[in-house]
Design a protein around this ligand. Structure first.
Ligand code: UDP
Ligand code: MG
Length: 370
């Protein structure tokens, strides 16, 4: 008997213990979750490709500047397939400092991909991008934030007015490229190439970009109605490691510019430009051919060896080709938006009189997608 009572007592003790441990684990989990979901004000996104010497200095400088801000922040280092010790160093930071987030790529996917991954990971209401090579100065961050927050901009871009790079191979081509990009896109910035930029998170997260498009983000963001400005920032020469780009970048930038122009103006209506030019060519071609047919019919002249015939045929063919490409592009555009549940517009906000709820019901679907 006595033994049974003892056993029961032991069992009860054990269950209570289990229950308390379970309670404790749930509590711990909750706390961990709360900690995880803690509001972040500013996310710093830094692509890293072989920057082992720069990382420790950059991290210390960043901490020094960010701690003074009085804001919750996180520093996201995206390791873009570095072959040096960069990832080990980032891991060390993250182990010691919960505000450091490390994202490790399987291979080198490029600075644009690294930025994109950083944007996706970022929890902050404001995202700041910068280079990991100490050429950008963390001390400019407070000013970027100030202009963004106080003057209501969606993007504040850095302008390396006094650029510390080789003049012939970097600064001059970049000056020409900036002038051209500004002219073509209508977003006038002195320095598209400067990585130091601040974005409102909803703007950054709504941009999708591929290839080497990161420098065009301000221009692309025009298509979602972002308000953009620039401020002068400091620039330092590279002290450690090597630059990852050469002069060939300028040509790639020019090709990208054509795509950006198309995306800005015709992304949702490709047939307008392709079909438009197609119709013009087709029209000219038809006029030429009709003229030649008329000649043949009424004067009996030999038209087989006339260069004009080649032009006529070429124009008609290219016209038809452009129009059909335009139609295919229209179909692709629809697939693009519908497959991703996207809309070709972005709603900033919806206000609605409570009493008018029923009348406005049509908007509900849009609200969900905004
Ligand atoms: N970077 C990267 N992946 C690459 C090339 C560069 O993540 O494939 C990073 C690099 O580590 C640096 C930033 O992008 O933090 C800018 O690169 P870099 O300084 O070489 O460019 P530059 O200042 O010469 O234009
Ligand atoms: Mg650099």
């Amino acid at each position: 008997m006595g033994r049974k009572v003892k056993k029961e007592a032991k069992e009860t003790r054990e269950t209570t213990k289990k229950r308390t441990t379970r309670k404790e684990t749930t509590k711990a989990k909750q706390q961990a979750q709360e900690k995880q979901e803690k509001k972040v004000d500013v996310s710093i996104v830094i692509p890293i490709y072989n920057e082992e010497e720069n990382l420790p200095i950059l991290y210390e400088k960043l901490k020094e500047v960010l701690d003074k801000l009085g804001k919750e922040y996180e520093i996201i280092f995206v390791n873009d397939g570095s072959t040096d010790k960069s990832w080990e160093i980032i891991k060390e930071f993250a182990e010691k400092d919960p505000r450091v987030v490390g994202v490790n790529f399987r291979k080198n996917f490029g600075q644009t991909a690294a930025m994109s991954a950083g944007f996706e990971t970022a929890k902050g209401e404001i995202i700041i991008t910068m280079d990991g090579d100490l050429q950008n100065d963390p001390e400019d961050i407070p000013q970027l934030l100030k202009v963004l927050e106080e003057q209501g901009y969606d993007i504040v871009s850095g302008w390396r007015k006094d650029r510390k790079d080789d003049f012939l191979s970097r600064t001059l081509p970049s000056k020409i490229a900036n002038w051209l990009i500004s002219k073509v896109t209508g977003v006038h910035l002195h320095d598209y190439g400067c990585s130091l930029k601040a974005y409102r998170s909803e703007v950054a997260k709504n941009l999708d970009f591929y290839g080497e498009m990161h420098r065009f983000l301000p221009a692309l963001s025009k298509s979602i109605g972002a308000k953009i400005t620039e401020i002068v920032v400091k620039h330092h020469p590279r002290r450690f490691g090597k630059s990852k780009y050469g002069i060939s970048r300028t040509f790639k930038v020019l090709l990208d510019l054509i795509l950006v122009k198309f995306l800005l103006d015709y992304r949702t209506k490709p047939l307008r430009i392709l079909g438009g030019w197609g119709a013009v060519l087709l029209g000219i071609g038809l006029v030429i051919l009709l003229y030649l047919i008329g000649l043949k019919l009424f004067t009996g002249a030999d038209i087989g060896n006339r260069p004009l015939l080649i032009f006529g045929v070429l124009f008609v063919l290219s016209g038809i080709q452009l129009i059909s490409t335009g139609i295919v592009a229209e179909l692709i555009t629809r697939t693009y938006y519908e497959a991703q549940g996207k809309r070709p517009y972005i709603i900033k906000e919806i206000i609605r009189d409570q009493n008018l709820k029923v009348v406005n019901r049509g908007l509900v679907g849009q609200e969900k997608d905004s």
